[in-house]
Design a binder for this molecule. Structure first.
Ligand code: DSN
Length: 418
C-alpha cells in the first residue's frame, strides 16, 4: 500500500505511520503474540467492507445491502471450518477477549463457576482474573503449575474440579511454553461435567501446521485470535466441535446468540475479509513450513539461552515462546525489557510462576519466534539473537547496548519484512 491519499490528506498520521514502519523494519519483534501480517491480508482488511453495518448473520441481517458482505462472511466461515476441522465457526468476534466473553455468555449464567489457569503462571486475563469481567461476573476458580516442573498441575486442577464442579474449564494459556495435553484437560472437565473450552490464540498457527496437537477431539468449544501464530489481521473466532454438539445439541445456537446479540452488535466485516485472506494463506504448504520453522527457531533460541546461563521456565520450550526467569541475574523483567528495547529487541516483561514481584515489575521476560520467522530468519540467526540478548543483559552498559543496536539493524536489513 502506498498511502498516497493519507499522505496528502493527513500528514500527521502518515508521519507517525512511517515512524512505526521504520521502527519495525529496524527492530527484532520477539513478543510471541505479535507477527507481521501479509500485504494481501492487510489489503483485505483495508477495504470498503468497513463501511457496512451487518448486524445478524448471513441471510439474516438487520440491514439491507448485505449480499456481498454475506459472501465474504460465508467464505471466511467455510475456510475456518475446513482449516480447523470443526462443524461450526463464528468469525464475528472482534478479537480474542470478545471470543472468550462469548464462550462464557454461551454456557454460563452470571455467578456460575469457571476454572482457568491463573494469570500469574501463564494464563490470560479473560480466564477469571479478578479485575476482568470474567472474574467479576462469574465465580472464577484457578489452577496453577507444579512448583518443580512449571507444568500444568493436573492434580490440583482435578481436586478443584471435583470439589467445586465448575461449569466451564479453560484449557488455555498466554505464557506457557509447553504442549497443552488436551486429553488430560478433558478428563478433568468430564469429572466436573464441565464444558471444556480450548483458547488456542497463541498456538492456532502451530495447530494448522501440525506442530501442536489439535484440541478438536477433546474440546467442546474453541476460541482463538487470528493475529498471533496465525499471522492474520486482528480478529477472533469461536468454534463448536463435534464433541461440543455431542454434549449440547444447541451449542451452535447458543454460541451464535452469545456473539450477536449477546455480547456484540455490528460485526467488522473488513476484518472478516482480512481474516478470510489469512485463512487461505494458512491453508497452503508454505504455512506448514512456516510453523515448522517457528518451532525450530524457538528451540534453538531457548537452547542457546540455556547454554549462556539463562534459566527458562520449565527448562525450555515445545512451542513458539519461552519465559526467561531473571531472578538470578539481578535485573527485573521491566528493566530487561527497557534495555532490550534500546538495543532494538522488542520483548515483554512477564511474571514467572510463583513470582515474588508484582506484575508491573515482574521477574521475567517472554520471548517468541513467530515474527522473526516471518522475516525468514533461521537457526543461525536465533543463535546470534541469543548472543545479543546475553550481552545486553549481562553487560548492561551504554556502549554494549549501542553496539548491539547496530548489529540488530544490520541483521534486520538482511531479513526485510515481507
Ligand atoms: N495480549 C496477548 C498476549 O500478549 O499474549 C494475549 O491477549
Amino acid at each position: 500500500m502506498n498511502y498516497k491519499n493519507l499522505k496528502k490528506k493527513d500528514r500527521e498520521v502518515y508521519n507517525i505511520l512511517f515512524k512505526e514502519r521504520k521502527r519495525r523494519e529496524d527492530t527484532l519483534e520477539m513478543i510471541p503474540s505479535e507477527n507481521h501480517t501479509s500485504p494481501a491480508a492487510l489489503e483485505g482488511l483495508a477495504t470498503i467492507f468497513n463501511d457496512k453495518y451487518s448486524e445478524g448473520y448471513p441471510k439474516k441481517r438487520y440491514y439491507g445491502g448485505n449480499e456481498f458482505i454475506d459472501m465474504v462472511e460465508i467464505l471466511c466461515q467455510e475456510r475456518a471450518r475446513k482449516l480447523f476441522n470443526v462443524p461450526h465457526a463464528n468469525v464475528q468476534p472482534y478479537s480474542g477477549s470478545p471470543a472468550n466473553h462469548a464462550a462464557y455468555f454461551a454456557v454460563l449464567k452470571p455467578g456460575e463457576k469457571a476454572l482457568g489457569m491463573d494469570l500469574s503462571v501463564g494464563g490470560h486475563l479473560t480466564h477469571g482474573t479478578s479485575v476482568n469481567f470474567s472474574g467479576r461476573y462469574y465465580k472464577a476458580l484457578s489452577y496453577g503449575v507444579d512448583k518443580k516442573t512449571g507444568r500444568v498441575d493436573f492434580k490440583e486442577m482435578e481436586k478443584i474440579a471435583k470439589k467445586e464442579k465448575p461449569k466451564l474449564i479453560w484449557a488455555s494459556t498466554s505464557a506457557y511454553p509447553r504442549v497443552l495435553e488436551w486429553k488430560k484437560f478433558r478428563k478433568v472437565a468430564d469429572l466436573a461435567g464441565a464444558y471444556l473450552v480450548a483458547d488456542i490464540a497463541h498456538i492456532a498457527g502451530l495447530i494448522i501446521s501440525g506442530d501442536h496437537p489439535s484440541p478438536v477431539p477433546y474440546a467442546h468449544l474453541i476460541t482463538t485470535t487470528t493475529h498471533k501464530t496465525l499471522r492474520g489481521p486482528r480478529g477472533g473466532i469461536i468454534m463448536v466441535t463435534k464433541e461440543g454438539l455431542k454434549k449440547d445439541k444447541n451449542l451452535i445456537e447458543k454460541v451464535d446468540r452469545a456473539v450477536f446479540p449477546g455480547t456484540q452488535a455490528g460485526p467488522h466485516e473488513h476484518q472478516i475479509a482480512g481474516v478470510a485472506v489469512c485463512l487461505k494463506e494458512a491453508s497452503g504448504k508454505n504455512f506448514q513450513k512456516y510453523g515448522h520453522q517457528i518451532i525450530k527457531n524457538s528451540k534453538t533460541l531457548a537452547n542457546s539461552l540455556v547454554k549462556k546461563g539463562f534459566r527458562l521456565v520449565t527448562g525450555g520450550t515445545d512451542n513458539h515462546l519461552m519465559v526467561v526467569d531473571l531472578r538470578d541475574k539481578g535485573i527485573s523483567g521491566k528493566d530487561a525489557q527497557e534495555l532490550l528495547d534500546k538495543a532494538g529487541i522488542t520483548v515483554n516483561k512477564n511474571t514467572v510462576p510463583f513470582d515474588p514481584n508484582p506484575p508491573f515489575s515482574p521477574s521475567g521476560i517472554r520471548l517468541g519466534t513467530p515474527a522473526v520467522t516471518t522475516r525468514k530468519m533461521k537457526e543461525k540467526e536465533m543463535e546470534r539473537i541469543a548472543d545479543f540478548i546475553t550481552q545486553v543483559i549481562k553487560k548492561r552498559d551504554k556502549k554494549t547496548v549501542s553496539e548491539i543496536r547496530g548489529k540488530v539493524k544490520n541483521l534486520c536489513r538482511r531479513f526485510p519484512i515481507p
